[in-house]
Design a protein around this ligand. Structure first.
Ligand SMILES: NC(=O)c1ccc[n+]([C@@H]2O[C@H](COP(=O)([O-])OP(=O)(O)OC[C@H]3O[C@@H](n4cnc5c(N)ncnc54)[C@H](O)[C@@H]3O)[C@@H](O)[C@H]2O)c1
Ligand SMILES: O=C(O)C[C@H](O)C(=O)O
Length: 331
């Protein structure tokens, strides 16, 4: 999984598929660069940019890029139905980002309601779409989406994904940097969830293999877990990761589109309905296919350090999942 190049030609046969991608929150810090990256993706034939405001300008701007996708901007709730109708893939980066001192869970009160209303609209206007959830706290917003879809009788667990690709992107960058490896050759699975200790990079399974001391593993693990906070602090009140997230979101969306198009062997770490542990949602390697999840893969052999990390995260992840479920059931 690497972004093969900005000005790419589609693989032979890929253009026979028409794929509509909708971005909800498209005028935001993530939404705008993500819109551009999806416009550059030859697998996209139609790009629908929705936000509560400012999307006409973003859409006009992006639409001038001379690539395949036809771009339309939609602003305000009355245009949401049209933005979603016919979408194969809906990417959701709508919601507020963290400021220094906040946890992702501190965003719950605002973002839970946003995600709920957007998912209600998805269940009405494109119930069969694959959904990529970026809005935080992902550990809870994915269970909220699942409950909304269940209520509307449109839930397909194979089509709902929490985007944890940024954790993988960070783990690759930090591991390659530490060991002097060519970063484009590096892969590191990251499992669990997307907040603090629930983010568990599996450096014992990193490729290519390099020798790491216990101290190096601990430092790399903590840096990956705190990667979001590192950016929030550096931005000093002006939001959280947007550019690296847009990159990660574009990578994951591309893999989903390749899977939908029937390309074999597409595997990504992502937060999905899972029986890999006793938790109902969990991020692990997943094989993507024509209907979304083709197979949720296991964790593989874990080191003692990783086994401890797995046990240590479970209570927090369980509580975050339950918080999302309770919110969706009660509201
Ligand atoms: N999953 C991840 O790895 C990851 C990484 C980075 C950020 N995030 C999360 O992504 C979210 C967005 O971050 P950002 O930096 O782009 O924030 P931002 O404030 O720059 O942009 C958010 C956009 O959402 C829009 N929005 C708000 N309510 C909406 C609604 N009801 N419908 C449609 N759009 C709506 C806003 O108008 C704004 O344009 C945050 O919750 C952030 O924590 C997740
Ligand atoms: O850290 C954040 O709040 C945003 C995002 O989840 C990230 O990992 O960068």
């Amino acid at each position: 999984m690497t972004f093969a190049g900005l000005f790419r030609r589609a693989a032979p046969g890929a253009l026979k598929h028409s794929r509509k991608v909708a971005i909800l929150g498209a005028a935001g810090g993530i939404g705008q660069p993500l819109a551009m990256l999806m416009k550059l993706n030859p697998l996209v034939s139609s790009l629908s940019l929705y936000d509560i405001a400012n999307t006409p300008g973003v859409a006009a701007d992006v639409s001038h890029v001379n690539t395949r996708a036809e771009v339309k901007g939609y602003a305000g709730e009355e245009q949401l139905a049209e933005a979603l109708t016919g979408a194969d893939l809906v990417i959701i980066p709508a919601g507020v980002p963290r400021k220094p001192g906040m946890t992702r869970d501190d965003l719950f009160n605002i973002n839970a309601g946003i995600v709920k209303s957007l998912c209600t609209a998805i269940s009405k206007h494109c119930p069969e779409a694959v959904v990529n959830m970026i809005s935080n706290p992902v550990n809870s917003t994915v269970p909220i989406a699942a409950e909304v879809f269940k209520k509307a009788s449109t839930y397909d667990s194979k089509k709902l994904f929490g985007v944890t690709t940024l954790d993988v992107v960070r783990a690759r960058t930090f591991y390659a940097g530490k060991k002097g490896l060519a970063v484009e050759d590096v892969d590191v699975p990251v499992v669990g969830g997307h907040a603090g200790i629930t983010i568990l990079p599996l450096f014992s399974q990193a490729t290519p293999k390099a020798t790491l001391t216990d101290e190096e593993i601990d430092a790399l693990t903590k840096r990956t877990q705190d990667g979001g906070t590192e950016v929030v602090q550096a931005k000093a009140g002006k939001g959280s990761a947007t550019l690296s997230m847009a990159y990660a979101g574009a990578l994951f969306a591309e893999s989903c589109l390749k899977g939908l198009n029937g390309e074999p062997g597409i595997v990504e770490c992502t937060y999905v309905a899972s029986t890999v542990t006793e938790l109902p949602f969990f991020s692990s390697k997943v094989r993507l296919g024509k209907d979304g999840v083709e197979e949720v893969l296991g964790l593989g052999a874990l080191s003692e350090y990783e086994k401890k990390g797995l046990e240590a995260m479970k209570a927090e992840l369980k509580a975050s999942i339950q918080k999302g479920v309770d919110f969706a059931k009660q509201s």
